[in-house]
Ligand binder design. Structure first.
Ligand code: F6P
Length: 347
């Protein structure tokens, strides 16, 4: 690349968008510090793309990002923004970027946020870079997204506690985990908690949902009865949200109705989104934040800044949202062919 042709970056806009993820603040901090290092001004926009549309912003300096690396949520607030799916919304966002004389925009968020970034990139001539931050880990081209590690640790901690009660009372729990349409959280947490059953998109996909659920219900009831007969004290089923019609509560009712099996449904919900980021998320967010500023200076645009095999990489934004990168096949196979089977036989 001929660096003489690269337009100098003087003003960067940043925003956090979509579901908040632990580590978003660490990413904001890294961007602001790196920008200051290269003498670039940073303007933060509030509540995702809404801040661009409604023109709600503040300049961000190093003092503004002191003592935030350990905080969950995002100091810039976040939101989903349906208006970015309309030409009016994109025009308003573009107009704000032009009025503010912004050279480059960094969007910290997940697939919906990157779709908004792509739409904006078509209308606005400035540089656009995405930083992957979502607890769902459903972004292609990066080993992990910011927030995923914290979310699975939070869920593991919660399920370990549920296990104590399940053990003490010889009870069966069905724990529903977040992830929207992706099983990264469910599979990883299920394995890490030694769940007796993991039900997720990767191992439960039926052409006909109702028939598939009926068949699964029958095997599930059989396996639970077998485990109970073997005096297996506790039994934990983890299930991905949106994989079963009606979720964990309906599954519990169905097991009761079919085979008189008492299960307690527990929906972990938004507890998985909050909390202080674990070391892995703070470090990932810091690397990606610094990497994003350096990529902008190098003239890059329309990319997501990612981590692949411990190195910073660029991924085309359209590639990042293709949803091709599933849960590790070896993890699925280990759970399905070895761990789950052994769990059924244990006394
Ligand atoms: O994308 C993050 C996520 O927490 C998903 O796991 C979940 O399906 C969704 O957001 C929940 O969204 P909301 O907080 O808007 O209900």
């Amino acid at each position: 690349m001929n660096t003489n042709n690269i337009k100098p970056v003087k003003r960067i806009a940043i925003l956090t968008s979509g579901g908040d993820a632990p580590g978003m603040n660490a990413a904001i901090r890294a961007i602001v510090i790196a920008a200051q290092h290269y003498q670039i001004a940073v303007i933060g926009f509030y509540a995702g793309f809404n801040g661009l549309i409604d023109y709600v912003s503040m300049p961000l300096g190093v003092k503004d990002v002191a003592n935030i690396i350990h905080k969950g949520g995002t100091i810039l607030k976040s939101a989903r923004c349906p208006a970015m799916k309309t030409s009016l919304g994109i025009a308003q966002a573009t107009s704000t970027l032009l009025k503010e004389k912004i050279d480059a925009l960094i969007v910290i968020g997940g697939d919906g946020s990157f779709a908004g970034s792509l739409a904006l990139h078509k209308q606005w001539s400035g540089q656009v870079i995405g930083i992957p931050a979502t607890i769902d880990n459903d972004i292609d081209g990066t080993d992990f997204t910011i927030g995923f590690s914290t979310a699975i640790n939070t869920a593991i901690e919660a399920i370990d506690k549920i296990r104590d009660t399940a053990e003490a009372f010889e009870r069966i729990f069905i724990v529903e985990l977040m992830g929207r349409n992706s099983g990264h959280i469910t599979f990883n947490v299920g394995v890490a908690c030694a769940a007796e059953q993991v039900i997720s998109f990767e191992n439960f996909a039926a052409n006909n949902q109702a028939t598939g659920e009926q068949e699964k219900l029958l095997t599930l009831a059989k396996e639970i009865k077998l485990a109970q007969a073997n005096r297996h004290a506790s039994y934990i089923i983890v299930i991905a949200e949106n994989v079963w019609q009606g979720g964990a509560s309906v599954l519990a009712q169905q097991l009761q109705a079919l085979a008189n099996i008492d299960c307690t449904a527990c929906i972990l919900g938004h507890i998985q989104r909050g909390g202080s980021p674990v070391a892995k998320d703070r470090i990932l967010a810091t690397k990606l934040g610094v990497g994003a500023v350096q990529s902008l200076i190098a003239g890059k645009s329309n990319i997501m800044i990612a981590e692949q095999n411990n190195a910073i990489a660029d991924v085309a934004l359209p590639t990042a949202i293709m949803h091709q990168q599933g849960v590790s096949e070896s993890l699925i196979q280990a759970q399905e062919n070895i761990l789950a089977l052994t769990a059924q036989r244990l006394c």
